[in-house]
Design a protein around this ligand. Sequence first.
Ligand code: HEC
Length: 222
Amino acid sequence: MFNVEPDPTDTTGTGGNGGGGTGGNGVVCNPDSVYFSNQILPILISNCTQSGCHNDQDREDGIILTSYQNLMLTVENANSTDLGENHLIRVLVEDDLEKRMPYGKPPLPQAQIDLIARWVQQGAKNNACNENAGQCDTANAKFSSFVQPLIQSRCQGCHSGSSPQGGLKLENYTDIKAVANTGQLYTVVTRATNWMPKGGQKLDACTTDKLKAWIDAGAPNN
Ligand code: HEC
């Protein structure tokens, strides 16, 4: 289990957390800002830290992408606001397939690349915000607006493609509904040890409450 240590220059006073509706206690999310803990780290955990890749143990090519500190320590110019210089961005848009990341997989969706680029241009800060600022709206936890984006950002990097982790795909409604129906989906994100997202911060209570509300409603495709 990794631990995201607070960055000394982080003025939010919250340190990092895994996103998906988490943390940044008190700091309301500004829609014009991109937040590392909420939006960027989950993409890195889901797409880059699989076994054999950039996790704390395997450290492929010396790169570790499990926390802000490790990203800054191991990726060249990760704090450069110049997109051409910043190696985190360069590997995502590289034409040479031997160098492009995620290695051996399709490129990240353009929307995710754009988000990371915006975060870089905003100063590549170790920031976090609270997406639920003071309230948790479980009533509107729909598949399209809540469950699907959550699974996409937190789970699909590992659970998709030709060799999904744990032999489990979570690519579409049918896949997700199947694990929701067995109870597994809620169990794996709330259990005390070895929770999913594997190697990532645990989803916060509001996010798991919303997931439960959707599952209890029959996991509809809404
Ligand atoms: C970094 C890779 C990674 C991410 C991200 C990830 N998983 Fe997994 N998942 C695995 C691996 C590896 C296994 C195989 C079991 C193990 O090693 O714990 C697994 C197994 C599972 C299983 C099988 C049952 C079990 O008890 O382990 C479920 C269900 C699951 N994951 C759901 C999810 C969900 C939901 C998310 C997102 C919230 C997620 N996973 C994110 C790697 C990942």
